[in-house]
Design a protein around this ligand. Structure first.
Ligand code: PFF
Length: 450
């Protein structure tokens, strides 16, 4: 099973589109701009860049190397590289479970963006006030059926693309969607330059304010870089197994990281001028994207078109990330249990739908689906980002840096000695010492110990 001939991405551009497609997601569009604005603007951006370069990009390289070396799904990769050490296989399994859990609630939020895309195209909320849109959103979420149907549509679309395969499905779609996403985002950012609130928006996003920078800023930047580059759940490792054996991993990883950061910055350039033009204070989380922005679009001249473009790009960002999460599960089921991709897809889709529906139900008023005082959706979000992702990220790094062996790691990172030979020493040093130390600090902080 494990040595069955695997697909690999067809071209350099295809490889970048698919990998950047996974990285660029909901996290870039609403979370990064807000975090930057709140945490000292350019000061946060600078810290984010340093943390990305020294920590996140080495982990990204380690995940790609794990997948490409192991030539398998995340579980199979550990099994192929450490056949006798069963403990590591469990790390692979944790990755599969994490991907499954994250996708189940990610699909619900992605469903909200599909709903808003639909509502923008039909123009149904144009002219409404912020309160009216807030009430409309609450009724939608608490109504249950709407979110359930949109999450179902989103998951079925994701599954449908996976059914077409790695090249004809994931790669072909990403090659179309990612350039369109960039064009739409650039258009919105350019349009935003002509708005009255542009200066103030830029000041909020870019003015360096070092007084806001504390240890927790660095930790927040690290957590964000991890989530944004899709690290810690085997998505990058699974995709890594499809990277051509001759491809330069350093070139790929740095392009993906630059593209991911550029999209996050562009999202800020597009969003904040709008927010400040209408004199609204920017808020975090779903509210910014699903209440504040729609209510601003509702007042803007030509707002329906801007809104449709914005939610279409949000949908593209979400679905290309969802491909990578579902692929973790589908590749695992099909390769480890010898089932066809079709069967593996239906099985994953069935499971995901059940959990996604539970997430939707947990948001109904008086729902009993709560864990530790949080509704199921919020619980899964916190539990996966604060516990599962950092722990499996740390395990992957320890495996690659300490267990696999320096020679094998260096060989994979340099593509058999072909590229970046001078960078491999510093990379292994970072992976062995700096990254694990920072990850432990991150985990202790997330657990509230530090
Ligand atoms: N990187 C995605 C984002 O920024 O929204 C989220 C994500 C996708 C996380 C895929 C993990 C993953 F495997």
């Amino acid at each position: 099973m494990a040595d069955k001939k695997r697909s690999s991405f067809g071209s350099r551009f295809g490889t970048i589109a698919v990998l950047a497609g996974s990285a660029v997601g909901l996290g870039n569009i609403w979370k990064f701009p807000y975090m930057a604005g709140e945490n000292g603007g350019a000061a946060f951006i600078l810290i984010y860049l340093i943390v990305s370069l020294l920590i996140a990009v080495p982990v990204l390289l380690a995940e790609y190397a794990l997948g490409r070396r192991g030539q398998s799904n995340i579980f199979g990769a550990f099994r192929n590289l450490a056949p006798k050490q069963k403990g590591w296989h469990a790390v692979g399994l944790t990755g599969v479970v994490t991907a499954f859990l994250i996708l189940s609630f990610y699909a619900v939020i992605a469903g909200w963006s599909l709903y808003f895309l639909w509502e923008s195209v039909t123009g149904s909320y144009m002219g409404m006030s912020a309160q009216q849109i807030g009430a409309k959103f609450d009724t939608f979420v608490e109504g249950g059926w709407g979110p359930a149907i949109w999450a179902l549509i989103f998951l079925v679309m994701t599954g449908g693309v996976l059914l077409l395969g790695v090249n004809k499905g994931i790669e072909r779609c990403s090659k179309m969607m990612m350039p369109m996403l960039v064009v739409m985002l650039v258009a919105l950012a350019v349009g935003a330059c002509f708005m009255d609130g542009w200066r103030e928006g830029m000041r909020f996003l870019l003015r360096p304010d070092w007084s806001k920078v504390t240890t927790s800023t660095v930790i927040a930047a690290l957590g964000q870089a991890f989530f944004s580059l899709s690290l810690g759940m085997g998505a990058m490792a699974t995709y890594g197994s499809y990277i051509d054996k001759k491809e330069n991993l350093y070139g790929v990883a740095s392009t993906v990281a630059v593209a991911d950061t550029a999209v996050a910055l562009l999202a800020g350039l597009a969003i904040f001028p709008v927010v400040f033009t209408y004199g609204i204070s920017p808020t975090a989380g779903p509210e910014l994207v699903f209440i504040t922005l729609p209510s601003l679009f509702a007042q803007m001249p030509g707002g329906a078109v801007v809104a449709a473009v914005f939610f279409l790009l949000l949908f593209f960002a979400a679905i290309t990330s969802a491909f990578s999460m579902m692929e973790v599960v589908v590749a695992y089921l099909s390769e480890e249990f010898g089932m066809s991709r079709t069967k593996a897809m239906w099985l994953s889709l069935g499971g995901l739908l059940v959990l996604a529906m539970l997430c939707v139900a947990s948001q109904l008023p008086d729902s009993v689906l709560t864990i530790g005082g949080k509704n199921l959706l919020d619980f899964l979000d916190t539990f996966t980002s604060n516990v599962l992702l950092p722990l499996s990220g740390l395990s992957i790094v320890i495996f690659m840096a300490w267990v696999l062996g320096r020679k094998a790691l260096a060989d994979e990172l340099t593509t058999g000695g072909r590229y970046a030979r001078r960078l491999v020493g510093p990379t292994i040093f970072l992976l062995r010492y700096v990254v694990p130390l920072m990850m432990v600090v991150l985990i202790l902080n997330l657990l509230g110990v530090l």
